[in-house]
Design a protein around this ligand. Structure first.
Ligand SMILES: C[S@@+](CC[C@H](N)C(=O)[O-])C[C@H]1O[C@@H](n2cnc3c(N)ncnc32)[C@H](O)[C@@H]1O
Length: 259
């Protein structure tokens, strides 16, 4: 049997209407779908009845399937001639390990295609109606991981990140927000830099906080977020702060729930 094909598909940040037309088509045509924890149920509902679905986001013991095993699953399914959709939250090539899967497929000689998705930075910013760049406020934007390996410090170039002319978007930064904040301020980013924190952006459970860098850790603790959180740090976040929806200040900063 000839090799099938793997589609590395971005599922976007949550709202199913943010899927690309191409993603909707391949999901609807797939023989097998391998998906992650962050993919919304409403997107999984687009899979045809009877199609093999494999959740690699977590097992019964709550540990995710190891990357090498995911690569093997994709190679085995496509090797058996199936059209496989690998659905990943946001964009598959932004902090999604999609590029590792692409490399494994390449090495195994399996045909594959990448279908981009709206990354959380774009989805969350759009949902809050703020730009990531804006003339006079931010000349660029950087996507940065705030996640570190167990017992290791965050390996980031804090000096270059502490640039008031650039918007900083921190993915996976919730657990290390104290360290992130103190390093940025320590390297000279003004303590009154605006920050927008978005939890479960673009979904019906979206929750946003607008605060300042110096009060970010306390604001985050007060918000008790549950679900994925993204931080947008920079002058552009101040645009959201000026809006009436954030005018109700609390101990946790200014909170806006859009649910
Ligand atoms: C492993 S990364 C995957 C990123 C994904 N590939 C993308 O392009 O958005 C997971 C992180 O993305 C961010 N994230 C993903 N979806 C989000 C959402 N709907 N709202 C807020 N943050 C989100 C969070 O920072 C989360 O910890």
């Amino acid at each position: 049997m000839g090799a099938g094909k793997v589609y590395l598909v971005g599922a976007g940040p949550g709202d199913p209407e943010l899927l690309t037309v191409k993603a909707v088509r391949v999901i609807g045509e797939a023989d097998a779908v391998v998906y992650d924890r962050l993919v919304a149920q409403s997107i999984l509902a687009m899979i045809r009845d009877g199609v093999t679905r494999i959740n690699v986001g977590k097992r019964a013991d709550f540990h995710p399937v190891p990357q090498a095993e995911i690569n093997d699953i994709l190679i085995r399914l496509a090797g058996a001639g199936r059209s496989v959709v690998r659905l990943k939250g946001g964009d598959p090539f932004i902090f999604g390990r999609g590029s590792e899967e692409a490399a494994a497929l390449e090495a195994a000689g399996i045909p594959y295609e990448v279908i981009p998705g709206i990354t959380a930075a774009q989805g969350c910013a759009a949902s809050a109606r703020i730009p990531l760049t804006h003339r006079g406020l931010a000349t660029g934007v950087r996507f940065v991981t705030g996640h570190r390996r167990a017992n290791e410090p965050l390996d980031l170039d804090w000096k270059s990140l502490a640039d008031p002319d650039t918007t900083l978007v921190i993915y996976m930064g919730l657990a290390n927000i104290d360290e992130i904040t103190s390093n940025l301020i320590g390297q000279g980013l003004p303590a009154d830099t605006p920050v927008l924190a978005v939890c479960q952006g673009t979904t019906a459970r979206e929750l946003r906080i607008c605060t300042l860098l110096e009060t970010l850790p306390a604001s985050v603790r007060g918000a008790a977020f549950s679900g994925p959180v993204l931080f947008i740090i920079g002058r552009v976040a101040g645009i959201a702060m000026e809006r009436s929806e954030f005018n109700h200040a609390t101990d946790a900063g200014s909170i806006s729930s859009v649910a």
